[in-house]
Design a protein. Structure first.
Lengths: 387, 383
């Protein structure tokens, strides 16, 4: 059976070109990028090339990029880093949204325990924050605004240019979690007036365990790790050279094919969405009216449990997800879906399809056969679905 | 893209085929062996492991270190996954915490607090495993559910009914916990271990080199991490705001004379001998828990014995509700040897069981099962 993978917001396959770029650094080119000798110099050159490639993706300068272990570390470092470096101030306030990824939400909750005040901006039924709400939330002691660019569950894209402008006017640091938008939307830290921006490798066809944080020059940031002199001593630890090379290559591929990929994915996503709306009675698309990443489709099929549908689809060879998954804990209705006003039952009846650079037309046709049949089977046995 | 190259090592399943059977896998040796047995018979299987209870909810019961060998520990989930990987069939963890709490844990605690001695496993079977889990199995394309229970099901072609029978290995028999199953549930269930002994199951598990072949037996009450259910009831009631009557009260004889004090009714069960807090010179047992008067009635062994009991919420399992009394054997707790008795129908979905000889500690809240030899005739809750 050919399996179809529509869970690219969870992770993406490593692009063959990325793998090819990495392989030498997993064998012959094994040098430590901090070493003086030729082995080290070659590794250093590879790391710095990757830094340039990542910087180019977001229109930053290479020296403003540090490599991290991934999106979660980047988010933690940016948020704790700004707040802790400002902790001489008597009271601190930060602004975020109710639909952030856990890497941001749980970091903010930890800061609340440390005495920081946090405002969680609500979102409208399309998953968008209001810039009016943001302006009203600003206080003299606001130290940071942290807003995700694109949401992982819905794909909604926040109005970053406006938010960046408000942050700049208020002279407040602005962090963006761009893990879900990189490679899908153009990213320019200059026009967006962003001070800090998080990236993750495995969402853009690089491997897991590598990410980056953009830190605009002269942004005061308390360092997180202490150790050797790697990455200017700011993020010590022997560089993950192969991972960094992979991230660099993936960033380059994303930059070069972004427009083409985005157009293609949007077309396929729309085919999928329109097709499912037509073939599955009582179905709806979440945040349908918002600007969205071109690859994400979140739908509600009332009367079913998303968990059961994901299993039924997997048994038929289609991989997708119920949204933010918890490996083995309670199935809480998604905080994102409840934030846009879905009831707990509707939130649990929702699933997410997320396409990738390599998703094909033929796969979409197959999905349009598989999903309606599976939903019908679930509904036939559902204790809550009435036609 | 063509992802099949990279995903080669995943278990291959074709279009969900008729005949696909879901196996309820706890991560223990029994349910793992069920999967192996079915697979050897050429039956396509999918493993489902229920996440039923989050042990982190009552952290005070955890003690030091991670919980070991409880049905809801991650270790057990991983064990089930390892078995599925070893045998190469798909496996999923499914979450039924909400149903489990609503239909098993909370009723267990409430029954206990009202002076009864409940069994959680029966509710878990009838209200979780063979209800939402069976439904989910059917929703994902498996029309049948197989479990590691030691019991047997057979269809009686002359009556058209599905009959529930004791396991061939009577020492492992679990029919006591399955009396609540309906005809519909029985018709979709498989108990492949019903003909085997525990030793036979272990041998099979070893033969196919299951990673859990040597795993020790699990406890009876899976959601109580340390086996101390009085402590669990305290912790759960506190966290849920259920009021505990911790009021002390009298311990009285059958004649009503006060001979001691109790520390709160929920600390006692019928038939209990130890921990009454006084020495009477001869063995004294709890005969009754009187929630109305907040007192414990105690007496000697003889007084603990009775011949007649009534059951409610009766399920006539292998036979239709009979018009006249039936002779057979009845069992009043899991470790009780079925004793000769008759059963007669009472109005209101009740029945009366009359033993030939008095039985010890007939306990409200436990179940009584009526057998005809190996066949489960009926079951119900002791009033």
């Amino acid at each position: 059976m050919q399996r179809i993978y529509l869970d690219h917001n969870a992770t993406t396959p490593v692009d063959p070109a990325v793998l090819a770029a990495m392989l030498p650094y997993l064998s012959g080119e094994f040098g430590n990028a901090s070493s003086i000798h030729t082995f080290g110099q070659r590794a250093r050159a590879a790391v710095e090339t990757a830094r340039e490639q990542v910087a180019a993706l977001i229109n930053a300068r290479p020296q403003e990029i540090i490599f991290t272990s991934g999106g979660t570390e980047s988010d933690n470092h940016a948020i704790f880093g700004v707040i802790h470096s400002a902790s001489s101030r008597a009271s601190l306030h930060l602004i975020t949204t109710t639909i952030e990824h856990e890497a941001v939400l749980n970091t903010c909750q930890e800061l609340e325990k440390q005495g920081v005040t946090v405002t969680y901006l609500p979102v409208d039924p399309n998953g968008l924050v209001s810039t009016e709400d943001l302006r009203r939330a600003l206080r003299p002691e606001t130290a940071l605004i942290t807003v995700m660019h694109a949401n992982n569950e819905l794909g909604t894209v926040q109005p970053l240019p406006e938010i960046g402008l408000i942050a700049a006017e208020a002279d407040v640091y602005f962090h963006v979690d761009a893990v879900q938008s990189a490679g899908k939307l153009p990213l320019d830290v200059q026009t967006l007036q962003v001070d800090l921006l998080s990236l993750s490798g495995h969402k853009i066809c690089a491997p897991k365990g590598i990410g980056a944080l953009f830190i605009r020059s002269r942004t005061p940031l308390r360092q997180f790790f202490y150790g050797g002199h790697h990455q200017r001593g700011f993020r010590p630890g022997t560089e993950n050279v192969a991972g960094i090379v992979g991230l660099g290559k993936a960033a380059e591929l994303a930059r070069l094919s972004l427009e083409q990929d985005a157009t293609r994915m949007a077309r396929l996503r729309d085919t999928l969405e329109q097709g499912l709306l037509a073939r599955v009675p009582d179905s709806s698309v979440n945040a349908a009216l918002a600007p969205r990443t071109p690859n994400t489709c979140n739908m509600t099929f009332p009367g079913i449990e998303g968990e059961a549908l994901v299993i039924a689809l997997d048994l038929r060879g289609l991989a997708c997800s119920t949204g933010a998954a918890c490996s083995s804990g309670a199935v809480e209705p998604s905080h994102v879906l409840t934030a846009i006003g879905l009831s707990a039952a509707k939130a649990r009846a929702s699933i997410r399809f997320s396409l990738g650079r390599h998703t094909t037309e033929a796969e979409m046709s197959a999905v349009l056969e598989i999903v309606p049949a599976a939903v019908a089977q679930l509904r036939r046995l559902s204790p809550t679905y009435q036609k | 893209m063509t992802t099949e190259v990279k995903l080669d090592s995943l278990p291959e399943v074709q279009e969900t085929k008729p005949g696909l059977v879901a196996v309820a896998m706890s991560g223990g040796v029994d349910s793992s062996t069920v999967a192996a047995v079915l697979q050897q018979q050429g039956v396509p299987v999918v493993g489902l492991t229920m996440q039923l209870w989050n042990q982190r909810r009552l952290p005070e019961l955890q003690g030091d270190g991670p919980a070991q060998h409880r049905c809801c520990s991650l270790d057990d989930v991983y064990d089930a996954k390892r078995v599925a990987q070893h045998l190469n069939f798909p496996h999923y963890v499914v979450n039924f915490e909400e149903q489990f709490e609503k239909r098993v844990v909370r009723p267990f605690v409430e029954q206990y607090l009202s002076g009864r001695t409940p069994i959680a496993c029966t509710n878990c079977n009838t209200d979780v495993k063979f209800e939402p889990l069976l439904r989910m199995a059917r929703q994902i394309g498996a029309e049948r559910l197989a479990t590691g229970h030691y019991a047997r099901i057979r269809k009686n072609e002359s009556t058209g009914r599905y009959e529930l029978l004791r396991a061939r290995d009577v020492s492992k028999d679990q029919s006591y916990f399955l009396w609540g199953l309906t005809q519909e549930q029985l018709s979709r269930s498989d108990f492949p271990l019903g003909e085997l002994t525990k030793q036979g199951v272990r041998d099979l598990a070893r033969h196919v080199q299951l990673p859990v072949a040597e795993k020790p037996e699990s406890m009876e009450l899976c959601f109580v991490p340390n086996g101390n259910y009085v402590q669990f009831i305290h912790a759960y009631s506190r966290s849920e705001g259920i009021s505990l009557n911790e009021q002390e009260g009298d311990i009285v004889t059958e004649q009503g004379s006060v001979i001691g004090r109790h520390t709160g009714l929920h600390n006692y069960t019928i038939g209990q001998r130890k921990g009454l807090g006084f020495a009477a010179g001869k063995p004294i047992y709890v005969l009754a828990i009187d929630t109305e008067k907040n007192r414990i009635v105690v007496g000697e062994d003889d007084a603990l014995r009775a011949t007649t009991l009534e059951i409610e919420s009766v399920n006539w399992v292998s036979v239709a509700e009979p018009a006249s009394p039936i002779c057979g054997q009845a069992k009043i707790r899991h470790k009780h040897e079925p004793a000769p008795a008759t059963i007669e129908v009472l109005p209101g979905n009740r029945a009366r069981i009359i033993f030939e000889t008095p039985q010890r500690a007939i306990t409200p809240g436990q179940a009584a099962i009526f057998y005809d030899g190996d066949t489960v005739v009926a079951g119900g809750w002791i009033r």
